[in-house]
Design a protein around this ligand. Structure first.
Ligand code: COA
Length: 260
């Protein structure tokens, strides 16, 4: 899988677990770490052996405590725009990947950490997780898509409040707002993510990828999501997995999907 300085990778039964591994810096996203994540995301797209992905943070304290503030402090206006655009491009790639991606949020998910979690398709949080977009404390706005995705997930009023106050919220509050799907004990976090991912991976992979595409289409103002859905429906109907799924139902057996 290649060697990475700031990431730990483990591939088991088609599930790739990516652990951001800068525990002493609360897994803050340095430029080098983002570059490594970019390489891994390319692998996720290209490697047929990877069926689904979990992102998490090393240690028990943080998922990711944001972009690395020591690096942000050095940015000028010119390179700051590129810095934000590169992060946005990476998180857009994650969001649009046809393989299911879950954030296992095991502690602080602040700034770029909250943005990384929001770019994943699903978020499971441990009871000690804390979410927030504290950029205004630093004289900044979120730069990796946070203003957009937080608004999509929790609505305009709450997004305005959370970003303008920089308040941190608990896992339970995040769940009540729709920011996370489920809350578990720290011990149950990874097993819960694995069980959820395995359940999704037991479905027709082509259909799952197209679900991701169709739901994302809601938030693309240049796209007619209904047309995207109709096209996806038609595409599924020409797949081997559709034949298998319908035959299995009629024959009262479990389907065996091939992703074709
Ligand atoms: N960038 C760089 N380093 C960071 C970091 C970040 N986003 N977040 C934490 N760290 C570093 C701290 O500087 C510290 O390093 P040190 O031991 O070399 O001094 C180490 O991680 C531990 O953090 P510390 O602040 O001592 O832990 P804490 O338990 O007292 O506080 C937080 C935890 C998350 C509340 C606090 O670290 C924090 O506010 N971090 C920044 C969050 C943020 O603003 N993120 C958005 C960035 S745009």
């Amino acid at each position: 899988m290649g060697t990475y300085e700031n990431l730990l990778l483990q591939l088991d039964n088609g599930i790739l677990t990516v652990t951001i591994n800068r525990e002493d810096k609360l897994n803050a996203l340095s430029v080098d770490t983002l570059r490594e994540i970019r390489n891994v995301v390319q692998q996720i797209y290209d490697d047929a052996a990877i069926k689904g992905v979990i992102f998490t943070g090393a240690g028990t304290k943080a998922f990711v405590a944001g972009a690395d503030i020591t690096e942000i402090a050095e940015l000028s206006e010119v390179n700051a725009r590129g810095f934000a655009e590169r992060g946005q491009e990476l998180f857009n790639l994650l969001e649009h990947c046809h393989k299911p991606i879950i954030a296992a949020v095991n502690g602080f998910a602040l700034g770029g950490g909250c943005e990384l979690a929001m770019a994943c398709h699903l978020r499971i949080a441990s009871t000690n997780a804390r979410f927030g977009q504290p950029e205004v404390n630093l004289g900044l706005v979120p730069g990796y898509g946070g203003t957009q995705r937080l608004t999509q997930l929790v609505g305009k009023g709450k997004a305005m409040e959370l970003i303008m106050t920089a308040d941190m919220i608990s896992a339970e509050t995040a769940k009540a707002l729709g920011l996370v799907n489920e809350v578990t004990s720290p011990e149950e976090l990874l097993p819960t993510c694995l069980a959820l991912l395995n359940k999704i991976l037991s479905k027709a992979p082509l259909a799952i990828g197209l679900v991701i595409e169709c739901v994302n289409a809601v938030f693309n103002k240049d796209e007619d999501g209904y047309q995207t859905e109709a096209n996806a429906f038609a595409r599924c109907c020409s797949s081997e997995d559709f034949l298998e799924g319908t035959n299995a139902f009629i024959e009262k057996r479990r389907p065996v999907f091939k992703g074709k």
